[in-house]
Design a protein around this ligand. Structure first.
Ligand code: FE
Length: 436
């Protein structure tokens, strides 16, 4: 791990929310697998390291997609415009039948190779992914993503009620298969580690949640699930357990809501004051999925309130709930969702109210350092993981010169896979345009 080198170009990252740090003609130095620092001039210690000059391209930290259903990639973009309003139709017609295909390992290998290939051509370097209940295809997903150079967490999904054939396990089966899976990959597969993944309370009995909480503690493995995504879902949760004061209590009672091991909860669109307080106390990381929220139910989460309350937030594509794996789209949609939220929830009827929306650097922060808190990734401060993406905006340029900030904004709002030049994870180049 003695590799030392520097990338030269326009370096942009968010040390803190609401403000970019942008350095032109600067050096981003990698020492081993971590960031040594960003410098205007190379310090004497690194004066002899190889320098890769990007010739004025923009270098950003890789994005961290902290809520992503890998097994939903084959039907991404399909099924979100179903003619009736019953959201279970989406599960019955698309999610469950498609996810059960991953019991066939040949299918899983092909589908996950396509998934990893697509992910390579996005700004994402780290992820928290869901597979299905099948443990063999969970390990296969970990192996394929690791072979492509990615890092992060993958979860075997648990469902011991309200599921379908090919996915439903008994309580004993789901706990037993999870333990066996943890035994096999507790030390990681490449850069991938297990994460305990009860799908959500309606598909997990209190008994399985208790058992999963015990496994999370025994193996010191983090947890991911869904929380307060829709009002119909919350009503169902209350019906399943009328003693719950708020939805997250179902996870908290089982020890699945942090603070140790850490917990990542997706959506949190309708978290009550009591639930928010618990999320804050337990350092739960919210995976904000703005596109999925708007696409599946037309809802927006009060993300600015969460941030101002001191709750930690990162971003996720969610995959099946949206139409992209590209976290730049998710940054754009997080800003868009905050504008819709402001207009409808806060300024309704008062158009002259000052706008309270997510800024571009704040949304970028959520996509990088916000979710990157799980790995000490997503920033170019010294000591962070050297996860970097080089972007070429020449296709998007015109006759009007723009500032680096504007060029980055345009990349985030308008770029696609053509602008991704190279990608580094833990200091290793995993993608180079024209060579992969
Ligand atoms: Fe999800």
């Amino acid at each position: 791990m003695g590799k030392k080198f520097a990338l030269k170009g326009i370096i942009a990252f968010t040390k803190e929310r609401n403000q970019f740090t942008i350095m032109e003609n600067a050096y981003l130095v990698c020492d081993g697998s971590i960031v040594a620092g960003c410098y205007e001039e190379l310090p004497a210690l690194y004066s002899n390291v190889p320098v890769f000059d990007t010739n004025g391209k923009i270098i950003i930290p890789g994005t961290c997609d902290i809520h992503l259903h890998a097994a939903q990639f084959p039907f991404q973009g399909i099924g979100q415009n179903i003619e009736n309003s019953e959201w279970n139709t989406w599960f019955d017609r698309y999610a469950f039948p498609d996810e059960s295909r991953f019991n066939d390992l040949d299918y899983a290998r092909h589908a996950y190779t396509q998934f990893a290939e697509a992910l390579l051509r996005t700004p994402t370097t780290r992820l928290c992914a869901y597979n299905t209940p099948n443990t063999a295809s969970t390990e296969l997903l970990m192996r394929i993503l690791a072979d492509y150079g990615f890092a992060g967490y993958v979860g075997k999904v648990n469902m011991d009620r309200n599921s379908s054939a090919g996915l439903l396990e008994t309580t004993a089966e789901t706990l037993c298969s999870t333990r066996e899976w943890l035994e096999r990959c507790r030390g990681g597969i490449g850069g991938f580690y297990p994460i305990i993944t009860p799908r959500y309370f309606p598909s997990c009995t209190p008994e399985s949640l208790q058992g999963l909480g015990a496994l999370a503690r025994e193996y010191n493995v983090p947890v991911q699930s869904h929380l307060s995504e829709g009002l119909d879902e919350i009503a169902w949760v209350k019906e399943l357990d009328p003693t719950l004061e708020y939805y997250a209590q179902a996870y908290d009672r089982a020890g699945l809501l942090g603070p140790t091991p850490r917990s990542v909860m997706a959506h949190c669109v309708f978290s009550t004051a009591a639930e928010r307080q618990k999320l804050k106390e337990n350092h739960v990381l919210i995976a904000h999925c703005p596109q999925s929220n708007m696409n599946s139910s037309g809802q927006t989460a009060p993300i600015l309130d969460y941030l101002e309350d001191g709750i930690e937030v990162g971003l996720g594509t969610d995959v099946g709930g949206g139409n992209t794996l590209n976290m730049f789209r998710t940054i754009f949609e997080a800003i868009l969702a905050s504008k819709v939220h402001w207009a409808n929830q806060e300024a309704a009827g008062r158009p002259l109210e000052p706008r309270r929306i997510l800024t571009l650097p704040a949304a970028f922060y959520l996509a990088t350092k916000g979710g990157g808190v799980l790995w000490h990734s997503g920033s170019f401060e010294p000591g962070y993981r050297f996860d970097a993406v080089i972007l070429d905006d020449s296709r998007l340029q015109n006759d009007i010169p723009r500032t680096p900030y504007e060029r980055l904004e345009r990349l985030i709002t308008r770029s696609d896979d053509r602008e991704i030049v190279a990608k580094y994870i833990n200091g290793t180049c995993v993608f180079q345009r024209g060579e992969n």
